[in-house]
Design a protein around this ligand. Structure first.
Ligand code: CMC
Length: 450
């Protein structure tokens, strides 16, 4: 096993000090103008290894050069085989399969299998997988009791964050992360129990009794049952709503190294159990710039109020007063392919629930923004959250549930990424460097002398 020291020596040995006469095509020649020294740094997969920069020094005792990259705008933190994303072209693939084909032909649990195990399952593998997930949907009664202890108005995302983290106390063996069989079991538990925790959080906010899972229903149908079931003996989900929800889960399942996935990988790199790592993902997803954006979109649409106010609102955005929520993306500089699929699903859901007047406002916003130079020149297009909130609202879910819905779908991606990290011999505990800009070497001043 490579220790941190040996690994860093290997990496830095890749920068060879030379005469700067230029290397092969797959290398970068760098001249340090402070010293006149030149270096040749190998290029692999369009990247250089940042530790190779450490060879570039002004003196023997110099720490060496670092790259400064706040918010990781241009830093690859891992190799991954899970999700391919071309933000310029608006392409998203899970394990090489286009998101459009998966949304059209697959189911969420099949996609979860694909993300986690790398291949589409055979019929018997799929049946076995669905069976395993289905029989693990219940949570310990004490999970329910502890959730009931939250205040009546607790945000369901806060409840989900706490309860998924708490699962680690119910499965203490989950910290045996080097055991592949154990990882498989926790994987199944997490995907199976996430909708149960999410639905309990929702019912709590309404002061309604929690509904136990119904293992006769499929993944999305069971979730709808736990949300809606009242006194009827058997809840029968509308197949169109069930399918629309399943598509939303597919679209949200993974999105490579986004904020919450990076959080899962970063926290998981300490070798903590996967429940704690996924809780970190839920926490990251809670923020308004990530999973909270669809809530922000709905608030914005409500605030705009009617189609004729859209022009005035856009003018305010252009003046920098606020952002057009649901537009723009760190990676997509084109129409988010997920937004196209969701826009289609909106129609299917409205066929069941009746239309929502906010859709008219959203369509007008999109139309104006796609023609306006401010948005065009900045390559701001609708992202996945622009329409998903409208579907959730049509399903009768309050805004506070929107990030919770995102978290259910994203769980398979978080786990797939976590498992890939655990198996990756190049990974070690995440620990970025800093550029220190503060004071140095000050003497302590007693309080009466300040
Ligand atoms: N409305 C108006 N202007 C915007 C917007 C927006 N939604 N997004 C970016 N801009 C402008 C921004 O002001 C800046 O302009 P200028 O160059 O004149 O200063 C330029 O576009 C670049 O913006 P940025 O903030 O540097 O871009 P970023 O990559 O850091 O931010 C973002 C990405 C998603 C945080 C941002 O586009 C945003 O805040 N969008 C609204 C929130 C949202 O919809 N988030 C959901 C993201 S998708 C779900 C997910 O994967 O989590």
């Amino acid at each position: 096993m490579s220790t941190p020291e040996t690994a860093s020596q290997e990496a830095s040995a890749q920068a060879h000090q030379g005469n700067g006469a230029g290397g092969g095509q797959e290398s970068l020649s760098v001249v340090d103008n402070r010293t006149g020294s030149s270096y040749e740094i190998p290029i692999e997969n369009g990247t250089i290894r940042a530790p190779a920069l450490r060879e570039i020094k002004v003196s023997e005792d110099d720490f060496g050069l670092m790259s400064y990259d706040p918010a990781y705008l241009n830093t690859a933190s891992c190799r991954s085989e899970i999700t391919f994303l071309d933000g310029e072209a608006g392409v998203l693939e899970y394990r090489g399969y286009p998101i459009e084909q998966l949304a059209e032909q697959s189911s969420y649990l099949e996609v979860a299998y694909l993300l986690i195990f790398g291949e589409l399952p055979t019929q018997s593998q799929l049946e076995g997988w669905i069976h395993e997930i289905t029989i693990h949907t219940f949570v310990h009664e004490n999970v329910k009791s502890f959730m009931q202890g939250f205040r009546y108005d607790a945000h369901p995302m806060g409840m989900l964050l706490a309860s998924v983290g708490a699962l680690s106390t119910f499965y203490p063996d989950a910290n045996e992360i080097k055991d592949a069989g154990n990882r498989d079991l926790q994987t199944i538990r997490l995907i199976a129990k996430m909708p149960t925790l999410a639905a309990f959080s929702f019912r709590h906010s309404l002061g309604q009794p929690y509904v136990y899972p119904d293992n006769d229903l499929n993944y999305a149908g069971n979730f709808l049952g736990m949300i809606y079931k009242m006194t009827e003996l058997k809840y029968e989900p509308d197949k169109r709503l069930e399918r629309a929800l399943d598509i939303l889960f597919i679209l949200h399942a993974d999105h490579e190294q986004n904020c919450s996935t990076s959080a899962v990988r970063s926290v998981g790199s300490s070798q903590v159990d996967p429940y704690s790592a996924v809780a970190a993902g839920v926490a990251a997803l809670y923020g308004p710039l990530h999973g909270g954006a669809n809530e922000a979109v709905l608030r914005m649409l409500h605030r705009i109020g009617s189609k004729d106010k859209v022009g005035e609102f856009i003018a305010g955005v252009k003046e920098g007063d606020e952002r057009l929520m649901g537009f723009g993306h760190r990676v997509y500089k084109n129409y988010d392919p997920r937004a196209k699929i969701i826009k289609k699903a909106v129609d299917d859901v409205f066929e069941v629930t009746g239309t929502n007047p906010l859709l008219e406002i959203a369509l007008e916003l999109e139309k104006i923004a796609l023609e306006d130079d401010y948005f065009v020149s900045r390559k701001l297009y609708p992202n996945v959250d622009f329409y998903s909130g409208l579907i959730y609202e049509a399903l009768g879910l309050p805004m506070s549930m929107f990030p919770v819905m995102f978290a259910i779908g994203r769980t398979s991606g978080w786990i797939a990424q976590w498992r890939e990290m655990v198996d990756d011999s190049e990974q070690k505990i995440a620990r970025p460097r800093q550029v220190y800009t503060g004071e140095r070497e000050r003497d302590y001043v007693p309080i009466d002398q300040r």
